[in-house]
Design a protein around this ligand. Sequence first.
Ligand SMILES: NC(=O)c1ccc[n+]([C@@H]2O[C@H](COP(=O)([O-])OP(=O)(O)OC[C@H]3O[C@@H](n4cnc5c(N)ncnc54)[C@H](O)[C@@H]3O)[C@@H](O)[C@H]2O)c1
Length: 256
Amino acid sequence: MELNDKISAVITGGGSGLGEGTARMLASRGVKVAIFDVNEEAGQKVADELGGVFAKVDVSDAASVAEGFKVARAAHGQESIAVNCAGIAPAAKTVDREGAPHDASLFAKIIGVNLIGTFNVASQSAAGMCAQDPITEDGERGVIINTASVAAFDGQIGQIAYGSSKAAVAGMTLPMARDLSRNGVRIMTIAPGIFGTPMVKGMPQEVQDALGAMVPFPSRLGEPEEYAKLAVSICENAMLNGETIRLDGAIRMAPR
Ligand SMILES: NC(=O)c1ccc[n+]([C@@H]2O[C@H](COP(=O)([O-])OP(=O)(O)OC[C@H]3O[C@@H](n4cnc5c(N)ncnc54)[C@H](O)[C@@H]3O)[C@@H](O)[C@H]2O)c1
């Protein structure tokens, strides 16, 4: 699809990091943006700066997501782009040092935000897209971009819940694309390596440098704009569908 001011987008986790970078780049192309985030202050700030709308949404809660779509669609009409960037990454091992098993409620929480949250937003966005008229000659009605992680494939020590949630996001990509193929809705997933978002930028400089040095080429952290550029390419290139793309400078994560 062509990006312009006739197109609107919903970006979850748009108050920070990769989601914020994507919201900024889409807005710079004229796209009307709606930010969904649990962090009201950060999400509202980005939305205000971009002339977009903000909805306080917890993606793990289907009813909260539905309310968010009401707000976004009342302002901008049916979105043709949904980008899932909301996510959390607490670390815990299968069995901790004291011999206790991984906290089941923490596991469920991470799955709830990263996997069920992605499903909630993607399925509700897809339902709206399916009901709108095609927007391209191909009959395209929309594109949904999910965010996995290289941890979907090479999860490290302490990433049992995170790695599982992201592997499932990669796993839902093809079946969802197949489900929606007759409706002209595409599904793609980006699996980032190590990106310089607030999470990583808050670490001491030597830790950031060490993380960057682990990347074969280019040996540095990825920038949110580089994620955003791929998201924009996915929107513009109708042949990209049903696949997970690693965006990682060829890094393969070590066990720790
Ligand atoms: N930064 C990296 O190196 C990296 C690598 C691989 C994958 N990712 C994935 O990319 C996505 C974005 O990560 P980031 O680095 O930009 O993180 P970030 O912490 O900067 O941004 C995440 C945003 O999601 C929001 N959020 C968290 N839980 C939410 C919920 N339940 N409902 C709505 N919003 C919620 C947060 O408030 C925050 O604004 C995440 O899914 C993350 O797992 C990041």
